[in-house]
Design a protein around this ligand. Sequence first.
Ligand SMILES: Nc1ncnc2c1ncn2[C@@H]1O[C@H](COP(=O)(O)OP(=O)(O)OP(=O)(O)O)[C@@H](O)[C@H]1O
Ligand SMILES: [Mg+2]
Length: 274
Amino acid sequence: MTTEASVEAAAMGDASGRPLLVARAVTKAFEGLIANRDIDFEIPRHSIVSIIGPNGAGKTTFFNQLSGVYHPTSGTIVFEGTDISHTPPHEVAGLGVARTYQNIRLFQNMTVLANVMVGRHVRMHGQWYGAIARMAGIRAEEAEAERRAFGLLELVGLARSTSSELARNLPYGDQRRLEVARALASDPKLLLLDEPTAGMNPGETKQMTDFIARLQRDLQLTVLLIEHDMKVVMGVSERITVLDYGEKIAEGTPAEIRANPRVIEAYLGKQATA
Ligand SMILES: Nc1ncnc2c1ncn2[C@@H]1O[C@H](COP(=O)(O)OP(=O)(O)OP(=O)(O)O)[C@@H](O)[C@H]1O
Ligand SMILES: [Mg+2]
């Protein structure tokens, strides 16, 4: 497994009790449209936190800022004490933030195993600056990456026999799992999952939900989830933040959110699965 670093961090403890990530007054404007307005948000270490809200509420936009894909128009995002508000995505990944995408973004014409190994890349030292003298070290690093990649495929429940398939030939649910394996390959502290159960059948959804809980429980990961399936959200989240028209309208435990009239009005009332 690839989480020695996070387990070690957990063992060292976080005496400060500081959240892993803190967003303050984050606003993102796209020309005329305010997609996120003044959002304050924290993710405690080793927690599972969810963001819910209607289509277009600004959930993915917020994720894109946490992972460096977009930068806030104003406000700050601090990850483990480092201000990442204007940090490019590969550097944010290097600091320990990994994500999956709402619309699957695998390398469709690469093998399953290669897709996972690409995810490892932010942690490998790369070849471009390596002198020949370093080649042996790089090969060892790649062998180790391959070993870990197989471990991750197993962890997410993909058969070893799929490793040489092209990603595009996997069924949809397996592609979602592969995305998670690729994200985990970078050995993140924080895993951002954008609708990981979208398009899954109830059996696959249940499996994914259990898997997310295991990531946090067994691997000490911190998980931030965007999800429309309320069974998933209410089942795994410690805290839930609700966005509507780009604003945070509520935050609390699943029980608090379920009973919040404003949330029911804006979102839950319209959910068949609520
Ligand atoms: N790059 C962009 N340029 C212009 N507008 C954008 C951009 N990205 C998002 N938006 C707009 O910002 C708003 C929030 O979109 P976002 O994708 O964050 O919503 P969401 O809550 O993730 O919705 P969904 O549940 O449908 O995935 C929408 O009105 C969207 O059209
Ligand atoms: Mg979205």
